[in-house]
Design a binder for this molecule. Structure first.
Ligand SMILES: Cc1cc2nc3c(=O)[nH]c(=O)nc-3n(C[C@H](O)[C@H](O)[C@H](O)COP(=O)(O)OP(=O)(O)OC[C@H]3O[C@@H](n4cnc5c(N)ncnc54)[C@H](O)[C@@H]3O)c2cc1C
Length: 533
């Protein structure tokens, strides 16, 4: 696999990723859009950078000056460019709003601290002046995690952690590395590669997302079956809060009361700012091998995935099963998987990373399970094709939006026994809310007890794409809650899932979170409106 190791270019302000990598729609997708979904180009072209409407800066000049005194003049930016690039994240509504030239949620200023002490000082100052603070990593949130409520605050600053970008230390005995939160994933991998190490965390947002964002939003990468979720990698962390600093994690496991790491993992900037992470690392693999398998149906493939997740010994590093529709759409040549049309079956990608001997052994064991479960081996080609294109789909989303299609992804998880019910419920909810969209699904994160479901939905945009998105989101959220899934397996809560999260954890659960928030952030300045029901 070719993993980009260098830091990416600055992100496109109105869409995803490196502007130089904008993707053309492949012909089969174009045909599907027009023929199947009735997609037509939007009436209005997207706003240019110069047309974007920004609210005035309301932060009092003495506060701006005090912030500059902490981090340095050049690290407080209130120019249009910085404000626009720190407006919201990269969810579908975020992109629709930016394409419409609406930057009404822009922060007044962007503050770039250079150390833990500067973060702590900024938080104290902002608490004193009631300035809302949005911790900002890579800005790739897809759940509204970077949109602060302004009401009741003297202003809003985005606290961009990009300058906290060091590999602080490596403990090769314990296999733990201390890294700063503003490191983007490719930068972190590059620094660790110099020591022969890897995190093995490759989410689809890999090029731009940061370590702090992974921890704060409980990210899960495409190789989670082998390397685990990001929250599994966190051995310890340093957190700055308006009330002071916490150092958490002094042993791999502890019976010393509840694990405070769990308070901050998934806290989405609402409880504190993560300023250092001590992460479990692995030796960089010598061999990476990916391959494809065909299953008759999603049901048969799911059963095979479960058997692999529940077998003795380590599962493949990557495990990914597309349902019938996703398999069909993803195929350049449907005949690759046997029959055409809905009989194409389902594609399962299995990937193995490690030493030569380890990979060979695990491959053999997995093959035995997959053959017994009805799988047909397709060789390395489908696996390699997936590995090559694994970071390109987000670029396609921009092209689809430009073509007049709304594209949304959403994910959930539950225990194996409930998975078919959850799958049907979410599909039906999306079909009901959107008429006749294209709904695709895959499973790419598995556990002994259950798995996640990741849906991609494509539909023709109406004249009110934001209203259309909101209706579909509401329907999907309700279906997830009612069918017993969690509202998020790895995207987090943000603003978009807050209501459903409240239903998931109940009144007492919400009260506990509010209690923690009040104790750590009495002025309520940290990411107001996000996460806490
Ligand atoms: C195209 C695309 C593909 C994606 N694919 C995946 C995927 O495969 N797997 C996955 O898990 N997610 C995925 N995501 C979601 C997103 O990338 C993750 O949620 C990621 O963890 C966010 O990291 P970030 O650095 O961009 O954080 P941001 O978006 O900047 O922030 C996310 C949240 O964390 C808070 N935060 C950020 N840094 C800190 C810090 N140091 N301390 C405290 N709070 C902080 C923010 O305030 C915000 O609430 C995808 C997103 C996009 C746009």
């Amino acid at each position: 696999m070719e993993t980009p190791l260098t830091a990416a270019e600055p992100m496109l302000w109105s869409g995803w990723g490196d502007p130089a990598k904008a993707a053309e729609l492949p012909a089969p997708v174009r045909d599907l859009l027009a023929g199947l979904l009735g997609v037509r180009a939007p009436a209005t072209p997207p706003a240019t950078f110069g047309e974007v409407r920004l609210p005035p800066v309301v932060l009092p000049p003495p506060v701006l000056a005090a912030l500059a005194a902490i981090v340095g003049d050049e690290h407080v930016r209130a120019d249009d460019d910085a404000r626009i690039r720190h407006t919201r994240g990269k969810s579908t509504p975020d992109l629709l709003l930016m394409r419409a030239g609406d930057a009404s949620d822009a922060p007044d200023a962007v503050v770039l601290p250079g150390s833990h002490d500067e973060v702590a000082a900024v938080l104290r100052l902002c608490a004193e002046h009631r300035v809302a603070v949005v911790p900002f990593g890579g800005g790739t949130s897809v759940v509204g995690g970077l949109v602060a409520v302004r009401r009741g605050f003297a202003g809003v600053v985005a606290l961009d952690l990009a300058r906290l970008n060091r590999l602080v230390s490596v403990d090769p005995v314990s296999m733990i590395a201390e890294l700063e939160p503003g490191l983007r994933a490719p930068q972190a991998e590059q620094l660790l590669a110099a020591h022969g190490l890897t995190l093995g965390h490759f989410p689809q947002s890999y090029e731009y997302a940061t370590l702090g964002g992974f921890a704060a939003a409980r990210s899960s990468g495409q190789a989670s079956a082998g390397y685990g979720r990001f929250d599994d990698m966190v051995a310890g962390m340093t957190v700055a809060t308006p009330r002071g600093t916490l150092e958490i994690g002094r042993a791999p496991r502890s019976a010393a009361g509840p694990d405070l790491r769990q308070v901050f993992l998934g806290s989405e900037g609402a409880f504190g700012v993560i300023t250092a992470l001590r992460l479990r690392v692995r030796r960089a693999p010598a061999v990476r091998a990916y391959e494809g398998w065909r299953f008759e149906s999603f049901t048969a493939g799911t059963a095979a995935m479960r058997r692999l997740a529940q077998q003795e010994g380590p599962p493949p590093t990557v495990l990914r099963l597309s349902d019938e529709t996703e398999t069909l759409v993803g195929l350049a040549k449907p005949t690759d998987l046997g029959a055409s049309g809905r009989d194409s079956g389902c594609l399962l990608v299995a990937g193995f990373e490690g030493s030569q001997g380890d990979v060979a052994h695990r491959r053999e064991r997995a093959a035995a399970v997959l053959v017994e479960a009805g799988g047909v081996h397709l060789g390395p080609e489908p696996g390699e094709k997936w590995a090559q294109g694994r970071f390109s789909a987000p670029y396609l989303r921009d092209s689809l939006l430009a073509a007049g299609a709304t594209v949304e992804t959403l994910e959930t998880a539950c225990f194996w026994s409930n998975l078919p019910r959850l799958y049907d419920a979410v599909r039906l909810a999306l079909l009901g809310a959107l008429g006749s969209p294209l709904v695709m699904c895959h499973i790419s994160h598995v556990y002994a007890t259950g798995a996640s479901l990741y849906f991609t939905v494509v539909t023709a945009q109406t004249g009110d794409p934001l209203g259309q998105w909101a209706a579909a989101k509401r329907a999907a959220n309700e279906a997830i809650v009612q069918a017993g899934g969690t509202i998020s397996h790895h995207h987090g809560v943000g603003r978009d899932h807050r209501e459903a999260y409240a239903a998931e954890i109940g009144d007492l659960g919400a009260e506990i979170l509010r209690g923690i928030k009040e104790r750590l952030d009495p002025a309520g300045i940290l990411n107001p409106g996000v996460l806490i029901p």
